[in-house]
Design a protein around this ligand. Structure first.
Ligand code: ZN
Length: 418
């Protein structure tokens, strides 16, 4: 099977060139979704694609589909995708690796003159990160019909600029209807964003699915007053209950070794040094690979918060679930194809469940989908220090190449047994 290989040097130099757009002083990249830097990154990518004669289709939410034609034009495309937008002051590989490895697969097929039956495409999904516009995974969600287009277009960033205005600025409003560009199957390569592959000395993660995620807003409301004159006993200070609330969240997150709980945001209002805050707002993110365990975590957190509220005199404590992403199962046959490609190439691999959300989660509901992980140094991501070695990036791209050839229908490489 391992007859063809990607050009790892070309892939690496493209990664480094892309990182120059929105480059940060500490070696990362800053390309917020639908910003000028994001658009510049897309233009660079499209210039590389045009150089090889690949064609592009875009839709009204700004998703790009770059196609290398197959022998059977009507055959559903095999799509390889990810995202080019980054976290604020983010890294060089999150998302970018998946897109540029997809391009590397197309270029490798072109270099070798390999004709596939089905077309092979690279998909670039708009606003995966959700840093500037929420929700995350917006473009793939609209493509898959999870979010209505009109709803996504109306979302505004912190300065009030709506998604629609930025899409128009770059001409994406002239695109095709989201979802009308059909995909037959979907593959995504991504850095692991966790430490497991590196710790175990593995090169390839065969991603069998994704964790279930629930997001909450945890709100504590009391009364705003002056920090001096008001005696402690008479205050309705929500921050007094912060430690107990946080303790509850962390207890929920240590239900077992697979459970996760995060308080990513803590906000007091008005947020003044000499005022007892009237409000305290926390974000809570709970995750577990087993849907029923997450359900139990949800139950015990909700119960604990209700008890805390009953006991807190003068302060109202409430928990509201704002998002639920159920457990995702990737296609078993595609995962098996990833596993056997790694084995054939001698890459040490292991099965794993994704701890982070990805565009592939949406795609998996619509078409057979799979993900491939490669290690990242120290498990660090969403950080300028994010790093995966050139040979690891190439290994991931080679696995994509193998599975793509299998899905798209290609003749066996010369000198190999079919
Ligand atoms: Zn990503």
């Amino acid at each position: 099977m391992a007859g063809y290989s990607v050009d790892g040097t070309r892939l690496w130099s493209r990664l480094m060139d892309m990182a120059e757009i929105g480059a940060t002083v500490n070696g990362g990249s800053h390309r917020l979704a639908l910003s000028q830097d994001d658009e510049d990154g897309r233009e660079l990518f499209l210039a590389w694609c045009a150089n090889r004669g690949f064609t592009v289709v875009f839709d009204k939410i700004g998703n790009l589909f770059v196609r290398r034609a197959g022998r059977t034009p009507a055959a559903p495309a095999v799509a390889i995708g990810s995202h080019l937008d980054t976290q604020p002051m983010g890294g060089r590989f999150d998302g970018v690796l998946g897109v540029l490895a997809g391009l590397e697969v197309l270029e490798t097929l072109e270099d070798l003159g390999v004709a596939t039956e089905a077309p092979v495409e690279v998909a670039v999904w708009t606003n995966e990160e959700g840093a500037r516009f929420q929700p995350a995974m917006m473009g793939s969600g609209v493509h898959c019909g999870v979010h209505p287009l009109a709803e996504a277009l109306a979302v505004a960033d912190a300065s009030g600029i709506p998604v629609a205005q930025e899409l128009e600025r770059f001409g994406y409003d002239r695109g095709v209807e989201p979802g009308s560009h059909a995909i037959g199957s979907y593959l995504e390569l991504h850095i692991e964003q966790g430490p497991i592959l590196e710790q175990e000395g593995k090169s390839i993660g065969v991603v069998t699915g994704g964790q279930a995620i629930r997001w909450y807003s945890l709100d504590l409301r009391g009364e705003e007053t002056h920090a001096g004159p008001m005696p402690m006993a008479m205050r309705r200070d929500p921050v007094r209950h912060l430690a107990a609330a946080a303790e509850l969240v962390y207890r929920t997150g240590t239900a077992d070794a697979d459970a996760r709980a995060t308080i990513g945001r803590i906000e007091t209002r008005p947020g003044s040094i000499n005022a007892v805050p009237g409000e305290l707002h926390l974000s809570v993110d709970l995750r577990h690979p087993d849907e029923s365990v997450l359900e139990q975590m949800h139950g015990s957190l909700a119960e604990g918060i209700a008890q805390l509220n009953d006991a807190a005199e003068g302060v109202e404590i409430s928990l509201e679930q704002i998002w639920h992403s159920p457990v995702v199962h990737f296609d078993a046959q595609l995962a098996a194809a990833v596993r056997s490609s790694a084995a054939a190439r001698g890459y040490a691999a292991r099965d794993m469940v994704s701890g982070a959300g990805h565009d592939a989660f949406h795609l998996a509901k619509a078409v057979p989908a799979a993900m491939v992980f490669v290690p990242c140094r120290g498990g660090i991501s969403h950080n300028a220090q994010e790093f995966t070695a050139p040979e690891q990036a190439a290994a991931g791209a080679n696995v994509l190449l193998d599975v793509t050839l299998q899905l798209a229908g290609a003749p066996a490489p010369p000198g190999t047994k079919a």
